[in-house]
Design a protein around this ligand. Structure first.
Ligand SMILES: NC(=O)c1ccc[n+]([C@@H]2O[C@H](COP(=O)([O-])OP(=O)(O)OC[C@H]3O[C@@H](n4cnc5c(N)ncnc54)[C@H](OP(=O)(O)O)[C@@H]3O)[C@@H](O)[C@H]2O)c1
Length: 253
């Protein structure tokens, strides 16, 4: 007996869906039949992502949104509803890490930005999405977290703390929204080759250390997070909620 993942007729919103992991998630959801809205701050990346995915025959629309902005968030969810009349899957993927260094050197503006984009925005977007997720028979929130949220990463202290908060938010929402049939899960990627992590994977010494410490002996690719994300929001994981799915080649074992 074969099993095919099918999320046809569902509508998904992927924040930060125009590059890297978000783009890979958007692509997988659209391949599986969803109508996908990708959102990010810059018109050029939004248009480019929209074209890349539409050229592959996928049903994808781009929207401009800075997830750190209250009005933008509301406008984004309103646009999704105006376009498609429903919202079944929210993927909170956009994140920020403007600093690299020790906690004592982290300035208040950096702390505020990290918490605003990585914690407050997923929380607020989930609340805006809830009325639609509740009426869907497939309501899902997927938060893209990090292994830093499980064990703090060196020089990424406040970012790690923000992802730990996102992990906790995932569990809190799963507990509160299970009664609505809404599942809430998180993915905790290890090092994945994207623009965001370029400072890490372009450092030969660090890559050598990472690959030696990783049972699978390599860093990850965005498509691997895309495929895992699709499985989590689909019926394949229909009895999973409040869970943190680690995808790190075994690094944190
Ligand atoms: N790459 C890794 O090794 C790794 C590891 C663990 C976890 N993660 C997590 O995976 C997620 C995606 O990371 P990535 O590596 O794919 O990053 P990326 O390649 O830098 O892509 C980030 C995406 O988010 C958008 N974005 C950034 N700030 C935004 C904002 N304020 N509002 C809306 N969109 C915004 C960007 O587009 P614009 O510039 O157009 O806004 C872009 O589409 C993040 O949550 C990150 O913490 C990544």
């Amino acid at each position: 007996m074969s099993f095919t993942i099918d999320i046809a007729d569902q509508v998904a919103l992927v924040t930060g869906g125009t590059r890297g992991i978000g783009l890979a998630i958007a692509e997988q959801l659209a391949i599986a039949g969803a109508k996908v809205v990708v959102a990010s701050r810059r018109i050029e990346t939004v248009r480019e992502a929209e074209k890349t995915l539409k050229d592959k025959g996928l049903n994808v629309t781009g929207q401009i949104c800075n997830v750190g902005d209250t009005d933008d968030r509301k406008r984004l969810v309103d646009e999704v509803i105006k376009l498609h009349g429903q919202l079944d899957i929210l993927v909170n993927n956009a994140a920020a890490n403007p600093v690299f260094g020790n906690v004592e050197d982290t300035e208040p503006w950096a702390f505020a930005k990290i918490m605003s984009i990585n914690v407050e925005a997923p929380f607020e977007l989930a609340k805006l999405a809830l009325p639609y997720l509740k009426t869907s028979s497939h309501g899902n929130v997927l938060n893209i977290s990090s292994i830093g949220g499980l064990t703090p990463e060196p020089k990424l202290g406040i970012y790690s703390m923000s992802k730990a908060a996102l992990n906790s938010l995932t569990k809190v929402l799963a507990k509160e929204w299970g009664k609505h049939g809404v599942r809430v899960n998180a993915v905790c990627p290890g090092l994945i080759q994207t623009d965001f992590s370029e400072a890490l994977w372009s450092n030969d010494k660090l890559v050598q250390h990472m690959t030696q410490a990783t049972p699978l002996g390599r860093i990850g690719q965005p498509s691997e997070i895309g495929q895992l994300s699709l499985a989590i929001v689909s019926g394949a994981a229909g009895y999973c909620t409040g869970h943190l799915f680690t995808a790190d080649g075994g690094y944190t074992i």
